[in-house]
Design a protein around this ligand. Structure first.
Ligand code: FES
Length: 129
């Protein structure tokens, strides 16, 4: 016996956050969405959405620097991959939650459901601090 299909109200939907044209290249913009603190990032014509809280000690990444395909925490300098939140350097030892993003009808839309697992695939490297 199969499970019933979820009703349309149970299915998460993308939420429009802002016009794509209003987020400049290499800029970020914070949002609160469905209980998540989300940082929308633009690099070139690509858009990314990560949780806006560093996994090290919880600093907001709103003032972080975009460097290529990464964001650098403004407090202690941990780097995270924009695509999936994977942590790339200490002192953070885990990644960030990331969210699916798309541009539809000129609007940046985010699916307010975390992509699993946070920070992408497990990192086999060990960081010594
Ligand atoms: S709070 Fe981000 S690296 Fe320490």
């Amino acid at each position: 016996m199969s499970e019933p299909d979820p009703s349309p109200s149970d299915t998460p939907a993308f939420v429009a956050l802002m016009p794509a044209a209003e987020l400049a290249p290499n800029a970020v913009k914070p949002f609160q969405l469905a209980g998540y603190s989300i940082l929308l990032c633009r690099v070139g014509d690509e858009f990314f959405a990560l949780e806006n809280r560093c996994s090290h000690t919880g600093a907001l990444l709103t003032r972080g620097r975009l460097r290529g395909d990464c964001i650098v925490c403004p407090v202690h300098g941990a780097r995270f991959q924009l695509r999936d939140g994977k942590h790339l350097s200490p002192p953070a030892s885990s990644g960030l939650v990331s969210f699916a993003v798309r541009v539809a009808a000129g609007q940046i839309e985010v699916l307010p459901v975390p992509i699993d697992p946070p920070g992408g695939k497990p990192d086999p490297r060990a960081f010594v601090m």
